[in-house]
Design a protein. Structure first.
Length: 251
């Protein structure tokens, strides 16, 4: 009897929620009612295939699909790294490549952390955190750990890249503004058969001494080649907080 009475009370409350405002019964929920399955009002949601947020991102996506070597240079917060990693995961899932190789200079942003304990992966982890964040957004944590344990996703320090030939791989070189001209030349010549490489960086945020960064020089020299694309981002392409674009212009 108690359960039956509870169901009747619940039914009366539900029916009362739909009575018009002219009656004395107050609505329990605002209209339209929210549903956890309705994603139309969400600011962000996961998409299997990423979409361009502006014209320059669209150019970068088309360049990655058509060219084996793409440079994405320009302002911070424009989605360069995220697009590169997302396209790498997309290529791996689509069977276009057999592995993903992530590389980034181990250069501190004006502050030395000293000796880092652990193995090579542990030492490189702080520098590769932005790449990990993008990977975690496209892959589950469990699958990411499995792929890294199997060597499908590899962390490759720039210092140990010389002499390698990277076949059937998707290579992402992030923060390339902290690479010297010699390092850039060495990295680019690692490209093997059936491989793609995306090089990202902001020349205005180099942590090297003035004149040592080789990103812009290499990009300008290779831009004339038919199978190399250089995509240039500006402050108008920033997809972070609107204040970021204003600070970039002011600083």
């Amino acid at each position: 009897m108690a359960k039956r009475s509870a169901r009747r009370a619940s039914r009366r409350i539900y029916e009362g929620a739909h009575i018009s405002d002219s009656n004395n019964v107050r609505r329990l929920f605002d209209e339209p009612q929210w549903s956890p399955l309705d994603e139309s009002n969400r600011d962000q949601k996961y998409r299997k295939n990423i979409r361009a947020q502006n014209d320059t991102q669209k150019i970068m996506l088309e360049a990655i699909d058509s060219s084996p070597l793409v440079f994405a240079v320009g302002s911070a917060g424009t989605g360069k790294t995220y697009i590169a990693v997302a396209k790498a995961v997309e290529a791996l899932d689509g069977g276009q490549v057999r592995r993903i190789i992530l590389s980034r200079p181990a250069v501190e942003a004006g502050e030395s952390l000293g000796f880092l304990p652990g193995d090579l992966e542990d030492k490189m982890s702080p520098y590769l955190r932005p790449l990990y964040d993008a990977l975690c957004d496209r892959l589950s944590s469990k699958r990411l750990k499995t792929l890294m344990a199997e060597g499908v996703i590899e962390i490759a320090p720039i210092a140990y890249m010389r002499g390698r030939t990277l076949n059937n791989a998707y290579i992402v070189i992030d923060e390339a503004q902290n690479c010297t001209y010699g390092q850039m030349k060495m990295l680019l010549t690692r490209l093997g058969w059936s491989s793609s490489m995306v090089v990202t960086g902001d020349p205005d945020q180099s942590d090297l001494l003035p004149g040592l960064s080789g990103l812009l020089d290499v990009a300008n020299r290779l831009e004339k080649l038919e199978n190399v694309e250089v995509v240039r981002f500006s402050r108008s392409d920033v997809v972070r907080h609107p204040l970021v674009a204003e600070m970039i212009e002011a600083l």
